[in-house]
Design a protein around this ligand. Structure first.
Ligand code: ADP
Ligand code: MG
Length: 626
């Protein structure tokens, strides 16, 4: 019996935009959303009546910035006390608070009540939207997905993204690195030409993250040699620089600070973002916002030179990280065959210029679709994992690396590295430890990730204890600590005391700072509840729309001149009054219940039906006459 293969989808869950793709009929299809767009804003907006995700949420942002959430990819897997989180909060119109475990939560007003959501929950809402977009296109339920993350995402950011997938009801088959996905999108059709190895450098500068990877491509083999980046560097930072610049200008000119006004800040930010985009094609642009603050219109100009100046250090950082990636890969810049530009911000002229000067302008490949490449690659990987691809797909072999070094704090807090950064994953490394004192009964292991020598300057992933050690001189008991990194780049650490059954396990999920199983289960239930509420709301909206369409249609019919010969004027007036009564009622009732809308429609139809019948029969006569 032929088994029906249900396709897995590829989702690029971006800071600003997300994109979904599927392998179908031997090619990758980028799926358009309900507005016909190939990417969807990663925005979620809450109102008195409903929840919007994607385009509609983005459109609602100007009206209600404090209840419209975006950019949560900059929060996911981070602590509230992170300096970068604090900086973002200062410029976001919505508010973010800390829970008892220093985890950030966004605060919104939904249906008149204050609600708090973890970044994972907001991301899950975006993922659900992307799932839904795919389902509408495919016509059936989707379960499996490959979700991409910046290559430079650390263990907690990867875990949190996977949790977001679980909350969204997805089976995340793989967490895939974004630059690797882009390299795959680029190299996939060239597999046959690549009998000789090629060094492909992926430069992905998006809305919130910067990510580079050096990928060696040979035939269908895509082997990542090194990766570098900054999970907090992208288009939003450039917007912030422009925003701050104009906030200061406004202060200087008008002696007023707009910082506390969420709506003004949002409108100015949008204007700054538009200005930034146009500076990719022009050298000077205007920034204009009518009635920005206290009735004052704002108008100014921004030149490309000024924009470059404002972001100079950030652009330089991109080149520094590029250099670091080459150094780590032990590849000279002259050995690079091609540079693939990915991410919306890679369109910035200065960025391309700096990169061109450093690597050679001719090597910059600008043809790939900057906004879709990541989802494209994810769809190929999804096809391979679900066994629905063709021979070319099946021949693809991907090998990623771990972005950060992993190790344990030893004597006086020094980090002993067990898995150096850029080690190919999946991997298993075993390191042997012992006691520091004579007759020490237990050893505490603190596992860190990062590049600093001082363990405490790195990121603490978790702890575990091996106890029950029999009395022995220091250095005699042997404890094997096993680091296992899976294909998603997610780490598991366990320790075993040699010659005994004593084991310990780093159970990161039990750490207070991450979501616990019960919390995730609760969130899944809530996500389902919100989905059901959205669906119920949609029914109301649809019922109201039917009444609205009918009333509007009748308001036009009633004014047709040919009607005069069919009904008396008083009869016409009577129907017209009822139609306008319905229209006024609709204006006052934004979300009536389905039953009320239906019954209003029924009554209106009963009144208008004789008229419609008369009109139809007249039209038929007209046809015969013709
Ligand atoms: P992400 O994957 O992080 O969501 P994208 O790759 O979709 O990000 O890029 C979005 C970012 O690119 C936004 O900050 C947007 O302002 C910026 N961007 C888009 N087009 C241009 C352009 N023509 N010039 C400069 N920046 C751009
Ligand atoms: Mg991206």
């Amino acid at each position: 019996m032929v088994q029906k293969v249900v396709p897995a989808i590829g989702i690029d869950l971006g800071t600003t935009y997300s994109c979904v793709a599927v392998w179908e009929h031997d090619h990758v299809e980028i799926i358009t959303n309900d507005q016909g767009n190939r990417t969807t804003p990663s925005y979620v907006s809450f109102t008195m009546e409903e929840r919007f995700v994607g385009e509609s949420a983005f459109n609602n942002a100007a009206m209600d910035p404090i209840n419209t959430i975006y950019g949560v990819k900059r929060l996911i897997g981070r602590c509230f006390s992170d300096t970068s989180v604090k900086e973002d909060i200062n410029l976001w119109p919505f508010s973010v608070v800390a829970d008892a475990n220093d985890r950030p939560k966004v605060v919104v007003n939904y249906k008149g009540e204050e609600k708090q959501f973890f970044p994972e929950e907001i991301s899950s809402m975006v993922l659900m939207k992307m799932k839904q977009i795919a389902e509408t296109y495919l016509g059936y339920t989707v379960k499996d997905a490959v979700v991409t993350v910046p290559a430079y995402f650390n263990d907690s950011q990867r875990r949190a993204t996977k949790d977001a997938g679980v909350i969204a009801g997805l089976n995340v088959k793989r967490i895939m690195d974004e630059p690797t996905a882009a390299a795959l999108a680029y190299g996939f059709h060239k597999i046959k030409d690549y009998s000789k190895p090629q060094n492909v450098f992926v430069f992905d500068l998006g809305g919130g993250t910067f990510d580079v990877s050096l990928v060696n491509v040979c035939g269908g083999h895509f082997e990542v040699k090194a990766t570098a980046g900054d999970t907090h560097l992208g288009g939003e930072d450039f917007d912030n620089r422009i925003l701050n610049y104009f906030v200061e200008e406004f202060k200087r000119k008008h002696k007023k600070d707009i910082k506390g006004n969420a709506r003004a800040l949002w409108r100015l930010r949008s204007a700054c973002e538009r200005a930034k985009r146009s500076l990719s094609t022009t050298t000077i642009t205007t920034v204009q916002v009518d009635c920005l603050f206290d009735g004052i219109d704002f108008s100014s100009t921004l030149s490309r030179t000024r924009f470059d100046e404002l972001n100079k250090d950030l652009f330089t950082k991109c080149i520094e990280l590029t250099k670091q990636c080459f150094k780590d890969a032990k590849v000279d810049k002259n050995e690079i065959d091609i540079v693939i530009l990915v991410g919306g911000s890679s369109r910035i002229v200065k960025v391309q210029q700096l990169l061109g000067v450093y690597i050679g302008d001719k090597k910059l490949h600008r043809d790939i679709n900057q906004d879709e490449a990541v989802a494209y690659g994810a769809a190929i990987q999804a096809a391979k994992l679900s066994g629905q691809g063709d021979e070319l797909v099946n021949n693809v072999v991907l090998s990623d690396v771990t972005p950060l070094s992993l190790g344990v704090a030893v004597d006086v807090g020094v980090m002993r590295i067990a898995v150096p950064r850029n080690t190919p994953v999946p991997t298993t490394k075993v390191d042997c430890f012992s006691t520091r004192f004579d007759n020490q009964p237990s050893v505490l292991f603190e596992v860190y990730e990062g590049e600093r020598l001082q363990a405490s300057s790195n990121h603490l992933l978790g702890k575990f204890v091996i106890s029950g050690i029999s009395p022995a001189p220091r250095g005699v008991p042997k404890i094997d600590v096993c680091f296992e990194i899976d294909e998603d780049g997610i780490l598991n650490v366990s320790g075993t005391l040699r010659g005994s059954g004593e084991t310990g396990k780093l159970t990161i999920t039990n750490e207070e700072s991450w979501l616990r199983k019960e919390e995730i289960d609760k969130m899944i239930k809530e996500a389902e509840k919100y989905k059901a509420e959205d669906e119920k709301h949609l029914l109301k909206v649809n019922a109201r729309r039917k009444l609205d369409d009918y009333a509007y249609e009748m308001s036009k019919t009633i004014r047709k001149p040919e009607l005069l010969s069919l009904i008396s004027d008083s009869e016409r007036k009577k129907i017209e009054d009822r139609v306008y009564e319905a229209i006024s009622w609709l204006e006052l009732n934004e979300v009536p219940t389905v039953e009320v809308s239906k019954s209003k429609l029924r009554v209106l139809k009963e009144i208008c039906e004789p008229l419609v019948t008369k009109m139809n029969s007249r039209n038929q006569v007209d046809v015969v006459e013709l």
